[in-house]
Design a protein around this ligand. Structure first.
Ligand code: GTP
Ligand code: MG
Length: 203
């Protein structure tokens, strides 16, 4: 897949209203600071389209990006959705619960209308998935939303520990080793695999 262009389509508070048109959507979810916005920029070959920050909670709205691409001699479009991260503990407990419900509301709506093609669930490759990650994974599985587990920041791992980390992540989610894609938005490891999965999902 060759990305031809990308732009911010819509910024949304909650409750989320889906963008006009029935473009296939790929969603990026995961805890705050895990690297969702950085991955979107890397996949699109853009430096600063999605805003990133070292302080968690940068993305506080649902941001939709429209992407034009070419594959197999055809041109088409899809939408990437950058979700606010969960587990950002500056939010009060109550608003965290509301927020979870609203994210779920959007995902349910998008999957029922058939536009939601895949969720990339990002987990930090250095850590075992937490309860929120596990809940999110199980929730997607329950609704039959295809979910790809992408383990971020692989550049922070020693070569010798990569396999074990991926095994541990897979085991904690009850999936197989091969279903976790280890990647880095810094070095580009795993990015072509994620692009292939994206192409397959949105075409
Ligand atoms: P929220 O919007 O708060 O939910 O965060 P996010 O998941 O969008 O994370 P973001 O992309 O803003 O990245 C958070 C921090 O991690 C930034 O300081 C990034 O530079 C850093 N980061 C992202 N990806 C990588 C990576 O592959 N390797 C390393 N070393 N750092 C990364
Ligand atoms: Mg972000």
């Amino acid at each position: 897949m060759k990305i031809n262009n990308s732009s911010l389509l819509k910024v949304c508070g909650f409750p989320v209203s889906l963008p006009e048109g029935s473009f296939p959507q790929a969603v990026f979810a995961g805890r705050s600071n895990v690297g969702k916005s950085s991955l979107i920029n890397k996949l699109l070959g853009r430096r600063k389209l999605a805003r990133t920050s070292s302080s968690p909670g940068k993305t506080a709205t649902v941001n939709f990006y429209k992407v034009g691409y070419s594959a197999e001699d055809t041109k088409s479009e899809f939408v990437l959705t950058d979700l606010p991260g969960y587990g950002y503990n500056v939010r009060s407990k109550e608003s965290t619960a509301d927020w979870g419900k609203m994210i779920e509301g959007y995902l349910k709506q998008a999957s029922e209308t058939g536009v939601l093609k895949v969720i990339f669930l990002l987990v930090d490759s250095r850590h075992i998935p937490n309860d929120n990650d596990i809940q999110m994974y199980q929730w997607c599985a329950y609704y039959g939303i295809p979910v790809v587990v992408a383990a971020s920041k692989s550049d922070k791992l020693k070569r010798s520990e990569k396999k074990k980390k991926v095994q541990d992540i897979a085991a904690s989610l009850g999936i197989v080793f091969e279903d976790v894609v280890l990647f880095s938005s810094e070095t580009g490891e795993g990015i072509s695999t994620l692009l292939d999965i994206l192409e397959e999902a949105v075409k």
